[in-house]
Design a protein around this ligand. Structure first.
Ligand SMILES: [Cu+2]
Length: 603
């Protein structure tokens, strides 16, 4: 009896062990089966948000945007199922709670980085828990690897990963579709509201009557060009200054000045084009550009800053360059929109110009000396202080092209007319180090050209097309597209600031060992992807003094030339009777991404 009983007990435990093994296997089998995220078509237009939860105007949802589902704590388990999902830029992950008392909190396990979190992306560090039935979604606008965890069970391994790939392909420069026509001296404008690249005006030859009074639209999602239906107001379509400005919340493409092929006069008129309605409106003569009071002056370099268009210098056709700087505010009354600023340090025309942060930069420019010549003239202009600054000169003479703000660097795109120009070289100016690099981080494009429409979305893509070929005469219709490698777009600018605001609440239990994770966010103008994470370790004692030590490390992929080191220090002095839990609620203040400058080329 006693022996039988022992044997029975043995069989009983054997059965238990077998059952447990079977169940575990069954479960892992399930999980294996469900590691393929079920992609389904999104039912509604998706709004793209960046990692700070701000609308991401760079991430234009494609027709293939999808929602990928993840179940939180299925069957009362402490897992996310599937724990890893692989999606593309613009896709949305939708977490659904099958159990209560869990969170989706971005960051490495148990260290919130405040990039995103349930239920509403607010107060991520506090780890708000949600219950069965909760649905939380997050759309990923940039490529990268995004870890997350449950604030309550991260120590049990309740973690997940979202791998976001793509954004654009192929990486580097590639050929785009030809423009519908050969075209020179048009202005390229990226229009953030619809994600398209526009070409304004220009001409198809240098002969009289070849002026192109049309708008071309390149649509990235369909990789195609369309000539819109509008007819622009006049034939003075060459070498305009254009850029995106908003009035009453509606963005338009404004264009100033220009000349007609074969003429030595230039208009001072201003018109704006609405891509949403394909309509154009010409401003009254009272708003004409005063920089062309002579009627013979083309706009020089141009860029947008703070919803104002700046024109630096100009070309008194076949006479001389000019050095005036003018500011245009589209929101002011008739006759009041233009304001003259300090003069440029020298006359400049067809000048590569862009805005980075709060500064306008010029790198290279044409000048006139019996003919149009290339120069290395380079300087900065502070539109707020209305002052001129000096910068290192561009390492090669160029002109008759554009400069673009690409991830906080000024790219000077090919251009120039005197041999060895026209060029395909891309010079990059780093305002943080006051240095230039040649064909890095963006390599040279394929076909040398000048006076061509080009622009960028600021972080990922650059478009260009048309222009004069390397012989300086032949108009082109070819297009080239640059696409930054996945995740390689983070180049924090020197204006990045890390701020940690640790605000522990007054009361707490002296015996508790709370860990708080303030997450300062390094916000770089034009790239919000640099994210600093920090951990605060506090050990409250009975004497109620605590110190938070944070170390921030920025993760900037590939071309990041700077390692922001934020060292926020929070020192707290808790009140007398501590009871409860300390709460640290750092909420990164998203810095609006400066929109890339617009506009372009001409003679
Ligand atoms: Cu949990």
């Amino acid at each position: 009896m006693k022996k039988l009983s022992t044997a029975g007990r043995f069989i009983f435990w054997l059965a238990i062990i077998f059952t447990i093994t079977f169940l575990v296997r069954a479960e892992s089998g399930d999980r294996r089966a469900s590691t393929h995220p079920q992609k389904e078509l999104a039912v509604a237009p998706i709004t793209i948000f960046d990692e700070n939860g701000q609308p991401d105007v760079n991430g234009v949802p494609s027709a293939t945007s999808t929602i990928v589902d993840v179940t939180v704590a299925p069957g009362g388990s402490f897992v996310f199922d599937p724990s890893t999902v692989n999606i593309s830029v613009g896709d949305t992950v939708r977490w659904t709670w099958a159990g209560s008392g869990h969170s989706v909190t971005s960051g490495q396990p148990c260290q919130a980085d405040s990039q995103y979190c349930s239920p509403n992306d607010m107060n991520c560090a506090s780890g708000i828990l949600s219950n069965t039935g909760t649905i939380y979604t997050h759309t990923f606008g940039r490529s990268g690897t995004y870890s997350y965890f449950c604030a309550s069970h991260c120590f049990l391994g309740m973690t997940g990963t979202v791998n976001v790939s793509g954004g654009c392909a192929p990486s580097g420069w590639s050929a785009g579709p030809n423009l519908p026509t050969v075209l020179v001296r048009a202005v390229g404008v990226w229009f953030p509201a619809d994600g398209n690249f526009y070409s304004m005006g220009g001409r198809t030859a240098d002969t009289v009557g070849s002026d192109f009074q049309h708008v071309l639209r390149y649509t990235p999602s369909s990789n195609s060009w369309t000539q819109t239906g509008v007819t622009l107001p006049d034939n003075q379509m060459n070498n305009m200054a254009c850029g995106v400005l908003a009035v009453s919340g509606t963005p338009y493409i404004y264009c100033v000045g220009g000349s007609a092929a074969g003429q030595t006069t230039a208009t001072a008129r201003v018109f704006f084009y609405n891509p949403a309605t394909d309509a154009v409106t010409t401003l009254t003569a009272g708003d004409n550009w005063p920089g062309d009071a002579a009627g013979t002056i083309l706009p020089g370099g141009f860029t947008i800053y703070n919803n104002k268009l700046y024109i630096l210098g100009g070309f008194n056709i076949n006479v001389a360059s000019t050095n005036q700087i003018w500011q245009f505010d589209p929101t002011l009354a008739v006759g009041s929109k233009w304001l003259q600023r300090v003069n440029a340090p020298e006359g400049i025309m067809y000048a590569p110009t862009c805005t980075i942060g709060n500064t306008i930069y010029v790198g290279g420019a044409s000048d006139y000396s019996g003919g149009v010549i290339d120069t290395t003239n380079s300087f900065s202009f502070n539109p707020m202080a209305n002052t001129i600054g000096t910068i290192a000169a561009i390492p090669r003479a160029t002109g008759e092209t554009r400069a673009l703000n690409f991830n906080g660097k000024m790219l000077v795109m090919g251009g120039g007319r005197t041999a060895p120009n026209p060029s395909m070289e891309v010079d990059a100016y780093n305002p943080g180090t006051n240095t230039w690099t040649m064909n890095t981080p963006v390599p040279a494009f394929t076909t040398a050209r000048r006076n061509f429409p080009t622009d960028t979305d600021g972080t990922t893509r650059i478009w260009l097309g048309g222009g004069y070929a390397s012989d300086g005469i032949t108009p082109l219709n070819s297009m080239e597209i640059f696409c930054a490698a996945a995740g390689a777009t983070a180049t924090p600018t020197p204006t990045a600031t890390a701020t940690a605001t640790a605000t522990p609440t007054a009361t707490r239990t002296p015996t508790a060992t709370p860990t708080a994770s303030p997450s300062p966010t390094v916000t770089a103008s034009s790239t919000a992807i640099a994210t600093a994470t920090s951990t605060a370790t506090r050990t409250p004692t009975a004497t109620a003094t605590s110190t938070a030590v944070s170390t921030a490390t920025a993760t900037a992929a590939a071309t990041a030339t700077r390692t922001p080191t934020a060292t926020p220090t929070a020192t707290t002095t808790p009140a007398a009777t501590p009871t409860g839990t300390p709460g640290i609620t750092p909420r990164p203040a998203p810095t609006p991404r400066p929109r890339p400058t617009t506009p372009p080329p001409r003679p």
